[in-house]
Design a protein around this ligand. Structure first.
Ligand code: FAD
Ligand code: NAP
Ligand code: NAG
Ligand code: NAG
Ligand code: NAG
Length: 449
């Protein structure tokens, strides 16, 4: 700290990441004033607030959540939860999305977060201000409005800002030559809610991420004829009935048919893009220098901190991670930076660190758009942040159980969500299938350090 009073921190967004940030800030009243959490909607939960409508809310603002009616989690509750707040005991391991929203509401009650959230408030700009005696000589102007009447805006001053605005709501539509010539129904998974409207139809799904795969299963259940078009290695696990694979769609021809990379064609009734989302930080002052290029948000030290403005934190931008525990770790790391228990390297050192990290990933053949996908590296990342920040790492079973679920998913995407997990201690856990049979661990349990 710097001889300041208590640090004032703004949190943008009351999804899982913003709630987690607020929970940790509130736990340290010695150092931090109660945070101000800005939330554009009327609810907490972000992605987990299912909205049956698509497009816009009644007030004209765009619908945030990409949730669909029948979605169940793809991570067992035993490792999806915040480590300090387990899901209810009676629930099975893979819960319906409504249970996650309830869980986040309970988290909010338990840690008394409600009073600190300003609902119906859009953050419109976040601007750094040089000050004499602020944290590192820096403060932040956060300007917000109600999203409807832009003339009525207020500016508040903070010592630090945690950006928790999510990144699964602005559809990424790849450039496909001739796309405007497609004559059927063109949609993105952001606007997918349920399978029935597509029952019996011919559908090309583009992208075999978790949305593409999960929606393919839903469509199979209503007898849609699905072509799953994607650029990965062909999937070898059993696929839902009626689902075929194809290479990526490369063009739409004059007659409206889709052409695949192998030259084959199809003329589906529906072209459903499950091609992911764009990052967007429309409120962030250009001065801060955080850029988004090909799904990479950059430059950020530890995927979190712009070196030139180290009291701004962009929480939760990594992909292919276990989100809630990741937020839990990042939030505590942010606190350790702000309270001085971890001293950041100099700006130059952080810039060098980022450069080397990205270069190392590129050298391993990782393309720019996949740099933020931490995947199995997330565990070393989490442990490193905990070590630097001097706080508790995740319990030791976490990574093994999470990674094992990924193996089960790759083997048996049709059934892995019917399994139940049981925790047996700091290291051990068991898993049973629908028939009550205990399954073998697919990965060795790491040795106690
Ligand atoms: C279809 C789908 C399924 C998923 N399934 C799983 C799963 O099974 N398990 C799992 O762990 N994760 C899953 N995820 C990932 C999920 O995104 C994370 O679990 C988590 O919800 C991310 O939280 P967040 O707070 O980062 O973002 P969000 O939940 O998107 O919350 C961001 C919040 O910020 C608010 N906001 C945005 N901009 C502003 C602004 N300018 N001013 C004020 N407020 C603003 C938004 O209204 C929103 O409430 C899934 C994601 C999707 C899209
Ligand atoms: N609980 C659940 O069951 C569930 C269900 C759905 C989604 N989710 C979550 O929701 C989040 C978003 O998932 P998502 O699948 O929507 O997005 P995503 O993970 O970004 O996946 C998008 C996919 O589309 C592919 N793609 C993009 N452009 C393409 C093109 N032109 N041709 C072919 N393929 C293309 C991408 O391939 P490249 O990477 O190679 O570009 C990627 O595989 C994830 O966190 C996921 O875990 C969870
Ligand atoms: C920050 O906000 C204050 C109060 O609204 C204003 O006077 C000041 O000019 C702003 N500074 C910047 C850099 O935006
Ligand atoms: C999304 O990102 C792509 C490039 O990654 C860009 O071409 C496109 O304009 C972006 N879309 C929006 C709506 O910002
Ligand atoms: C999983 O646990 C739930 C709740 O305890 C139970 O209802 C369900 O039958 C269990 N399923 C399996 C496959 O054991």
């Amino acid at each position: 700290m710097s001889g300041l009073g208590k640090l004032r921190v703004a949190v943008i967004g009351a999804g899982a990441a913003g709630l987690c940030a607020a929970r940790h800030l509130l736990s340290r009243p010695d150092t931090f004033a109660p945070p101000v959490v800005y939330e554009v909607t009327k609810n907490i939960g972000g992605t987990w607030v299912y909205e049956a409508k698509v497009g816009y809310y009644d007030n004209g603002l765009p619908i945030h959540s990409s949730m669909y009616r029948d979605l169940r989690t793809n991570i067992p509750k035993e490792v999806m939860s915040f480590p300090d707040f387990p899901f209810a005991k009676h629930l099975s391991s893979f819960v319906h999305h409504t249970e996650v929203r309830k869980y986040l509401e309970e988290y909010c009650h338990h840690f008394r977060l409600w009073d600190h959230i300003q609902f119906g408030t859009t953050v419109a700009s976040v601007t750094p201000v040089r000050v004499k005696n602020g944290w590192n000589g820096l403060a932040w102007n956060v300007t917000s409005n109600n999203g409807l009447d832009l003339s009525k805006s207020t500016t508040e001053r903070f010592d630090a800002v945690m950006v928790c605005n999510g990144h699964f709501y602005d559809p990424y539509i790849p450039t496909i030559p001739g796309l405007e010539k497609f004559k059927g129904t063109l949609m993105h998974s952001h606007d997918y809610r349920s399978a029935e409207p597509l029952a019996g139809k011919s559908v090309v799904l583009l992208g075999a991420g978790l949305s593409g795969l999960d929606i393919a299963m839903e469509l199979s259940n209503v007898d849609a004829k699905v072509i799953l078009s994607h650029g990965q290695h062909p999937l070898t696990c059993p696929l839902p009935s009626g689902v075929q694979q194809a290479p990526p769609v490369t063009a739409v021809l004059d007659d409206g048919s889709l052409e695949f990379k192998d030259g084959k064609r199809a003329k589906p009734e529906v072209f459903l893009m499950c091609t992911g989302y764009n990052f967007t930080f429309p409120f962030l002052d250009e001065k801060v220098g955080v850029k988004v290029q090909e799904h990479l948000v950059w430059p950020l030290y530890k995927f979190l901190i712009p070196p030139a403005y180290p009291s701004l934190f962009i929480v939760g931008i990594c992909r292919a991670i276990c989100p809630f525990p990741h937020f839990h770790i990042q939030s505590q790391f942010v606190l350790s930076v702000l309270d001085g228990s971890f001293s950041l390297p100099t700006r130059e050192e952080m810039e060098k660190d980022i450069e080397l990290d990205i270069a190392a990933r590129r050298a391993r053949g990782i393309s720019t758009r996949h740099i933020l996908k931490l995947d199995s590296e997330q565990w070393a990342y989490n442990d490193q942040l905990a070590q630097l920040g001097g706080f508790q790492p995740l319990p030791r079973f976490w990574s093994n159980l999470y990674e094992s679920n990924k193996v089960f998913r790759a083997r048996d995407m049709l059934n892995y969500k019917t399994y139940n997990y049981t925790l047996l201690g700091e290291m051990e856990w068991a898993v049973h299938n629908l028939h009550g049979q205990q399954l073998q661990h697919p990965l060795p349990v790491e040795k106690q350090i």
